[in-house]
Design a protein around this ligand. Structure first.
Ligand code: NDP
Length: 331
């Protein structure tokens, strides 16, 4: 390969993301300097947080600069190395972004063992999304056996792990997802006790039927009406891990109608950003890796083919068109 392709942020979206917010570029493969490695990426991770980075707004992280490679997690293979820590052929995870190839000085680059865990899983169940689930569940919700746990965006990269881990803790686990197919998967394949299809038009009634003992802990990925429905079912001293509010990522106004229950039910809500808890990543990754390697943790992937399809796959992710962890396969 003499050349490779990457995708840069061409313009900032106003509301919905559109294909012309991105631009594909072809560049010559660079030479590496002492201490650097050249990586050929096999998979890119597409994640909802990228929508926030496309804005030039105050947030927990700096905005994605215009005309630079879109931010993102990647897994791939070292193809040239002038860094003693990495050999040609090593499989690695990094943050090289939406690009077929990239250079790293080794910072934020980690070698992967693919003997028992597929390479792509390091971007999902054994990566940042899995850790997000693990952190919110074990550090914030801390559910006990017999309690009822609800997780929204239940079939997705994060939600699917939350539900399976909560089941293993002995909880009653109820998912909320968009559509009958996603709900059937969550119950039949992942082992949730029930799943409510929020698109079926009777969210509150269906959630009430699925949570006869009320709700003790919520893992919230969506916000808006979905979150409000869970709030309306909370038991006293319930815990809420506020992980995401994807219903508002395109600028939609989302409000909380049931805010009164924070007082009346003496609830605890904590928002969190998983990348701020790196000290716990080794422990979480160890547990998740063991569970995936031994088949105790299942996952599903939506795989777009080729870097040119990354923008459309990302736009689809923000509309719920993915079914499981959204990836882009490069080779
Ligand atoms: P998913 O794989 O769950 O994909 C996103 C899903 O969100 C879609 O499949 C869709 O599921 C649902 N969705 C999309 N748009 C809407 C909408 N307008 N209203 C309701 N649901 C919608 O993504 P992830 O698992 O990667 O992420 C899940 C959440 O976790 C996101 O909110 C993300 O921002 C957050 N997150 C937070 C982190 C943190 O550190 N706090 C780290 C990682 C993720 P459906 O069809 O079921 O509606």
């Amino acid at each position: 390969m003499n050349h490779y392709q990457r995708i840069v942020l061409a313009s900032r979206p106003h509301g919905q993301v559109t294909p012309d917010n991105f631009r594909i570029e072809t560049l010559p493969v660079p030479e590496i300097n002492e201490g650097e490695v050249l990586i050929r990426n096999h998979y890119l991770s597409l994640d909802p947080y990228m929508r926030g980075r496309m804005e030039d707004a105050k947030s927990y992280a700096a905005p994605q600069p215009l005309n630079e490679t879109m931010i993102g997690g990647t897994v791939g293979e070292v193809v040239a190395s002038k860094n003693a820590r990495f050999q040609v052929g090593d499989k690695v995870i990094g943050m090289l972004g939406w690009t077929e190839m990239g250079v790293s000085d080794g910072t934020l680059l980690r070698k992967l063992d693919t003997t028992h865990i597929p390479l792509s899983a390091y971007l999902g169940a054994v990566g940042m999304p899995g850790l997000t689930a693990w952190y919110g569940l074990t550090q914030i919700m801390q559910p006990k056996a017999g309690e009822t746990v609800v997780v929204s965006a239940a079939s997705g990269a994060v939600g699917s792990v939350v539900g399976q881990l909560a089941k293993q803790l002995g909880c009653r686990v109820v998912g909320i997802a968009g559509g009958a197919e996603k709900c059937a998967y969550v119950v039949n394949e992942l082992g949730f006790d029930a799943c409510v299809d929020y698109k079926a038009g009777q969210l509150e009634a269906d959630l009430a039927s699925a949570t006869p003992q009320g709700i003790d802990a919520v893992f919230e990925n969506v916000g808006g009406e979905v979150f409000d429905a869970s709030l309306g079912r909370m038991n006293a001293f319930g815990r809420i891990a506020l992980c995401g509010m994807i219903a508002g990522y395109n600028g939609e106004q989302i409000s909380i109608k049931n805010a009164r229950v924070f007082l009346t039910m003496r609830l605890t809500l904590r928002g969190f950003i998983v990348s701020e808890h790196m000290d716990l990543w080794p422990q979480g990754l160890q547990e998740l890796g063991t569970k995936v390697a031994t088949g105790q943790l299942k996952f599903r992937e939506s795989v777009a083919d080729g870097i040119g399809n990354a923008p459309q796959a990302f736009i689809g992710l923000l509309k719920g068109q993915n079914f499981g962890k959204q990836l882009v396969k490069l080779i």
